[in-house]
Every structure is written in structure tokens, then in C-alpha cells.
Design a binder for this molecule. Sequence first.
Ligand SMILES: Cc1ncc(C[n+]2csc(CCOP(=O)(O)OP(=O)(O)O)c2C)c(N)n1
Length: 585
Amino acid sequence: MLAIVPFTSFRVTDERCPLTEVLTGSQILCRVLLEEGVDLLFGYPGGAIMPFYHALPDYPGLRHVLVRHEQAAAHAADGYARATGRAGVCVATSGPGATNLVTGLATAHMDSTPVVAITGQVPRAMLGRDAFQETDIIGITQPITKHSVLVEEVEELADAVREALAIAVEGRPGPVLVDIPKDVQQAKAEWVDGRTGGRAEGRSGGQADGRTVGNEIDRATRLIAEAQRPLIMAGHGIILAGAYEELRTLAERTGIPVITTLLGISGFSESHPLHLGMPGMHGEVHVNRAIQQADLILGVGLRFDDRVTGNLAGFARNAKVIHVELDPSEIGKNVATEVGLVGDARTILAALLDGVAPRDCEAWREEIAGFMRPREESYRGDLSPQGILGAIDAASDGRCTIVSDVGQHQMWVAKLFPYRRPNTHLTSGGLGTMGFAVPAAMGAALARPDEPVWAISGDGGFQMNMQEMATMVQEGIPVKMAVFNNGYLGMVRQWQQFFHGRRYSATPIWSPDYVRLAEAYGIFGRRVERGDQVADAVREATAAPGPALIEFLIEQEANVFPMIPPGASLSEPIEGEPAERLVPA
Ligand SMILES: Cc1ncc(C[n+]2csc(CCOP(=O)(O)OP(=O)(O)O)c2C)c(N)n1
């Protein structure tokens, strides 16, 4: 076959001599991305990144998805990363393009997901002169990235990109930004056998794993053996480490009930008899009571953040804490820790399994069962979140990924969907970013082409990134979208009802006609007003070949219960409509 070689100063030498080419920075960038296994980019072009976009068509192995807003590129890369465990890559131009990525990078940073952002920058000679579309994106993103670099020489570009992709995924994952001045993208360098020289030695450092020593494991196994009321609290680290089997085996061997935090959901099957539910602000009453009664909490891969603990002074006062965490700075940060086990959740759980003797916690589980009560939600009528989520589960034969936005629906999606398969619940936990679901679902859908991916949003969050329907149509990304339309920024309205004397300031929100909107994009659209319409609409949307949008007109003033008021402890839940708790605004 005839190979067509683009004209470069291209020199073929005999076998003993290295193959040397002269490439532009942009070509080097494309090559390195491909070599490192990247095949998908979410981005948006502009002046300072044009040399890269000029080179891109020569590398058909790099699929580029043109988003409609750079925030969506970052969230889509994040959704892809969460679904695959690989780095998601997004691209933007300098100035406004780069700053539009910021919310997405902060989201990835808070939830430890590996996103690599590649930004164009003004030419080196213009740096620091307030040039057109110049922003110090390195400075802006420093606190919300794991690492960032301004590439000052084309010879450094290849290693900078390799390093970025490696740093994003290794240890505790997180976002990395590579800022590349336009003239570095245009500059040429010799490319010798896949390298540009420079720092070919690679990087040193990185997080060593398994730093936990044996006697700490022994102390932990002893505490597990002695505890009368132990709980496992499983966080995102279970999913990031793929520690599903180890977690299940540990739970089954000891009979210890498992709590999954918002980001730990789908780390442990919800149909497992040892699964208890979600803790914290909107956690189940029996879960929070179990925490308050526990004498041991084995926290795995989580931060003990304030949404989980409530008022720290009143959190799990009878419990000793064993904290398994890859990032040592998390240990002891929020809760006092008896034993800190530093390392990857899978490695540490495997080490614990070596030492943990079989036992059961039947009496304790019975005690917890006594805390359970029928779920009380405040929606009236038959169009309930539970019914909608059940229909979504049924229409996909239990094989779908749910990406939720932020608000009341997020809590319903967290608590009411029966997650049975690993890593099938994606949401913005730490930053709580409205607008996340739709673009993140695009990334997840491209990562999981063989199953339905549902973006579930409120009418507020959906309107923050609904422009991405155009991306889905142009790129053939079959995201199924559910809008829980209650006519309010529901979660804020709920706080106004409970704590601000029902003063609904700036929370009623108008929506367009979503069915006609779907029509305008040429996609399937339905409005569901009654419970008896739910199953058909969901089935049809699932079967529709491309993206699909369903608007569910849900109860307008339904509330999420239970709720721990801000500043209160887990022992002080609001369990129903709180008329007597109203306080003046
Ligand atoms: C970008 C962003 N802005 C503001 C908020 C604050 N906030 C949290 S929940 C919420 C209301 C969400 O309303 P909606 O999307 O309609 O969902 P619902 O709560 O009604 O289910 C708001 C405004 C946020 N989390 N993110």
C-alpha cells in the first residue's frame, strides 16, 4: 500500500539511525495525545488555539466533539473520565475560552476526577502585556488543579502533555491544565523516534502506594473484630480504585452494614442486604442514626465532608474511626481518626481482608432495622420521582448510567434509584455544580455506547447547559434527558420554605416549551403530566435512536426528606413538612 507522507523536512535513515522528522508543536501535541491513548477531545476553537485546530484534521484518530460552551467541554471530559477511569481531555482557546473551563475544572478537582485541559495562550512575546484574549489561566486555576504548566518551549511540549496525562490519573486523580502559547504550537522541533529530547528521563515523584505499615493494619483488624456496632462508610475512592469486590467481600465476611456517600453510590450494590443507604444532610434517618450509635466507622475513600457529617461536634461521638484514604492530607482533616491507613482503597481493603476473621453483626443489624421507617416524601399524586426512576430502570433492563444535576432531583436520584452495577451513578458532589448533568452525560454516553445514559436535571440546571443538545445532534450522542420541572429552583425554594419563612425570592423559574425545544433540535420530545404516561414516554425515549428529552411536570412544592438543617447534627433531622419549624426571614 502506498503511504502518503505529508511534506515536512522528513528524513528516513537506515535502521541503526533514528527516524527524524520536524514537526510543529501542534503536530507534536496530536501525536503525543494519540500515543498516550487519547482518542476523544471536547473543545471549542479560537485565535490562540488555531494552530492546533489546523493540525487536527491530519489526525483522524483524535475525535473532536465541538461543544457549544467550554464549560460543557470540561464537564463532558469529566463525565468521560468518571465513566472510564481514564483522563478526559478538553480544549479551549485563551481568555474567555479558558475561563469558561473554570467551573468544570473546579468540579473535577472537588470530586477527584482526571481531566486534562489544553488551552491556547497568547504568543510568548505578548505574555504579560494584556494582549487580546490574554488571561493568566495558570494563576486562575492554580487552586483548582492538581498541576498546571505553561509550555514555554516547543521542545518541552511532548513531555508536558505526557506528564499532564500521567499526573491526572495517578494517585488521587484530579484536573491538570497545559497552557500552550500560540507560537509554541507553531514552532518546529525535531522529532526523533517519538521524542523531542528535553526531559526524556520522565518525571520523578508521584504518590507511592501502600505506605501503610503492617501494625496499623493489625490495629484496624483488631478494632473491626472488637466492635459491637461497626459501619463501613464507602466513598468515591471505592469507585476510583475499582475496589468493589474487596468491599463486598469485607462486608460479607464481617456482616458489617455498608453506607455509601453521594459519590460512593454504586460502589456497593443497593440490592445487597448489607447496603444501608446514604448518610448526611439528606441521608436516610436510619443511616444517620446508625452513625450516631456506631462504635466503629471504617471510612473508605472519602473526605468526611460537612454534607456527610453535619455538625462535626455531634458526629458519631461513640465511634472510633479507621480512615482508609489515598491522600494522607485527608486523614484527620475533618474527623479525629484512631487509625489512618494510607493507600488505594483496593490495596488497603485487600490487606485488611488478609487479617479480618469472619464474624457477624446480626444484633447490630437488627438494631438498625429498628431505626428504619417507611420512606416519607412530600410529593402528591402519582407522578413521583420514584415512579420516574423506576420506569427508567425498567426500560433499560437495569443497564443504564444515571448522571444527575444538582438540587432536589439529585437527592431523589441518589436515594431512589436501585444502583446494582458499579459506577453507574455520576454527579457533582463536592462543588455541587448545576449544569453538570447534560454535558457530563455526553462524555459518559461516548464512553458507554452500548447502554442508555440518562441526564436527570431540574428545570434550573437543565437551562444552564441545554445548548448542548446541538452538540448531541451534530455528533450523534444519544443522551436521554429527563427534566424534573417543578417551576422552581427547588432545593433553594425548600430552604426558603424551611428557614426563610416561605419567602420565595428569585426561585420561581420559567421554562420554555421543552417539547417544542426538542422539536427545534430535531430530537424526540415528550411532556409527562400524569403517572400513567411515565412508562410509555420513558420506553419511547429509550428506544429513540438519538438524544431524547422528557419533561416531567412534578409536584411543585415537593420537598426532600429527611433533612439535617445546616449547622445541626445528624441526630436532628427534619422528617416531614416543617410548619412548626418556620423561622422569620
Ligand atoms: C452553578 C450553580 N449555581 C447555583 C447553585 C445553588 N443551587 C443549588 S440547588 C439549586 C436549585 C436547583 O434547581 P433545579 O435545577 O430546578 O433543581 P431542583 O432543586 O428543583 O430539583 C441552586 C440554585 C448551584 N448549586 N450551582
